[in-house]
Structures are given as C-alpha cells and as structure tokens.
Write a protein that binds this ligand. Structure first.
Ligand code: PEP
Ligand code: MN
Length: 310
C-alpha cells in the first residue's frame, strides 16, 4: 500500500523467524507490527484440538478431566514423602509432587535433598503407584532425572526463561510442567513452551502459579483470567498452583475451587504431614486432612461441570 506520506508493506506466510527488532532498526522503517502471534507450535489457531498429555502408565492431563498433583514443597525424609503420598492418593490425587532440587531465595536456606530426594520420590512411587513431578534446575541433571524415572519434569517459575535448559528439554520426550515466571506475560510463557516444542518435545503442560504485583498481603496474585485467556491462545493443558499463588494455607481451598470454575485442567497443591515443621513453604501447605476435605468438595464441583477427576 503506497500512500502520500508513507508506504505499508505486508509480509504473508510463516513470519515466526523474522526478527522485528532488526526491521525496526532500519532508518526507513517507522514502525513494525506483528499481526500473527510469534508462537506457532503452541498456537491454538494451527492446532484447534486440545493437546492431551498421556503418561506411559496411562494417567492423562488435558483430556477434559481434572488432574490432581499434590505433595510437599520439598522431599524431607522417606517417612514424610511416603506418608504424604499415601494420604493424598487416598484423597484422590493422581500425581505426587515433591521438590528435590529447590530454588531458594537464600543460599543459606534448605536446598533440598537433591539426588537423595529423587531416590525417596522413587520409593514413594513404588509404594503408591503415583507418578512423580519434580523440579529441575540444571541441564546437567537431565540424565539423572531420566535414570531416576521422574515422570513429569517441572521447570520452576525462576527458570521459565532459562532458554538453554528449555532447549535441552526439547530433546527429551518426558512431559514438561512449565510454570509461569514471576513477572512474565502469557505470550512470554507460550514462547518458552515454544522453545521446548521447537526441539521436538510437544508434551508441555503450562502452570499458572501467581504473578508478582503491587499487592503485598499475598505471596503473589493468582491470574485466573490468564487461565481462561491461555485456553484461547493455546491447545496445551493449563493447570493452577494455588499454593504458591497466595502463600497462605487457609486461602488455598477457595482458590482451588475458583481455578476449577475457571476451567483449569488440573491443580497442583502443596500438602505436608506436619506443615509447622516443614523445611519449605509450611505456611501454604495443607495438612492431609485439609486436602481430603478439599477433595470432597472438588469431586462434587468437577461433577457439576460434567467432568471427572483423573
Ligand atoms: C515449587 O513448585 O515448589 C516451586 C518452587 O514453585 P515456583 O517455581 O512456582 O515458585
Ligand atoms: Mn513450594
């Protein structure tokens, strides 16, 4: 389009690899606007059907039912992880979470049991059959996570834009639970998913875990509208972690119920057998009894929405 003052050029086709900053840097260019989203593989426009993540053992996330991931913030002892695993399973959880490598703000805080934590998770899995979800922080640990039979590898909020890690996770085939960064937009979250998918691993589960805002009464602000928006933007499953979103155990049940109403494909909830003595995130952890009570409600809520618990 040629006007009297300016000329507008349109590019058609796959423009994902075009660097708009480079075009904008040319002195004859006034402005550049991307009409199409820069994420292609994660985009619902090119893949209208929901992606369903299926583990080799049959558990699913994103099939229209609700997946439940529960467990302590960090693995502490064999007795602790096994007790929590048995209790959350009895209440209806389908996956066990537990951190072995912990991203702590202070280097002086408990860093997790590391490789021993993975061993303990494996024991809890052997006892309960629950697949395990645990966080990775370093590329170098990928072989260990594979050997130890981690079922879903979590990329924590702080590593959402650790692009080298994301690229490597694109080369394996295990499902990746990608948490939204503390101050990242939905598009940035999808671009991070795109890194993993571009490498060939399309098994990505997104997790809304609260974003940092000006509010100080809660650890973060749970962006439930973001969950609704993500379901429009992408075909990938979206789960909600109400525990890290608010930081207060007493708030978790209401937020979990709201997440189900907002259409979340799953929940990830921190549960500890003795929250007051937890080495990490005790204040936001439910007791097994509180989790059980919540599951009683969630079961009815899920039914109301015509779904099932997975
Ligand atoms: C966690 O799940 O224990 C965790 C550290 O979460 P996030 O990365 O969302 O802070
Ligand atoms: Mn935690």
């Amino acid at each position: 389009w040629v006007g009297t003052q300016s000329t507008v050029l349109g590019l058609l086709g796959d423009t994902t690899s075009i660097d708009i900053d480079y075009i904008a840097a040319q002195d004859f260019v006034e402005s550049v606007k991307r009409v199409q989203e820069p994420y292609k593989k994660a985009n619902r426009k090119f893949h209208p059907d929901n992606t369903v993540i299926t583990l080799p053992t049959g558990q699913k996330i994103g099939d229209g039912n609700l997946a439940l991931i529960a467990g302590p913030c960090s693995v502490e002892t064999e007795a602790q992880i096994c007790e929590v695993a048995e209790r959350v399973k009895a209440s209806g959880a389908t996956f066990l979470r537990g951190g072995a490598f912990k991203p702590r703000t202070s280097p002086y805080s408990f860093q997790g049991l590391q490789a021993e934590g993975l061993e303990l998770l494996k024991k809890a899995k052997a006892k309960t059959g629950l697949p395990i979800v645990t966080e990775i922080m370093s590329i170098g640990h990928i072989p260990l996570f594979e050997e130890e039979g981690v079922d879903i590898i979590q990329v924590g909020a702080r590593n959402m834009q650790n692009f080298e890690l994301l690229k490597e996770l694109g080369h394996i085939r295990k499902p990746i639970l990608l948490k939204r960064g503390l101050a990242n937009t939905l598009q940035e979250l999808l671009m991070s998913a795109e890194y993993i998918m571009a490498g060939g691993n399309e098994n990505v589960i997104l997790c809304e875990r609260g974003i940092r805002t000006f509010e100080t009464s809660m650890r973060n602000t749970l962006d439930l509208a973001g969950v609704v928006m993500l379901h429009k933007m992408t075909h990938l499953p979206v789960i909600v972690d109400p525990s890290h979103a608010c930081g207060h155990a007493w708030m978790v049940p209401q937020l979990a119920k709201a997440a189900v109403a907002a259409g979340a494909d799953g929940l990830m909830i921190e549960v500890h057998n003795d929250p007051a003595k937890a080495k990490c995130d005790g204040a936001q952890s439910l007791t097994p009894d509180q989790f059980d009570e919540l599951m009683g409600f969630i079961r009815k809520e899920v039914e109301f929405f015509g779904k099932k618990m997975n």
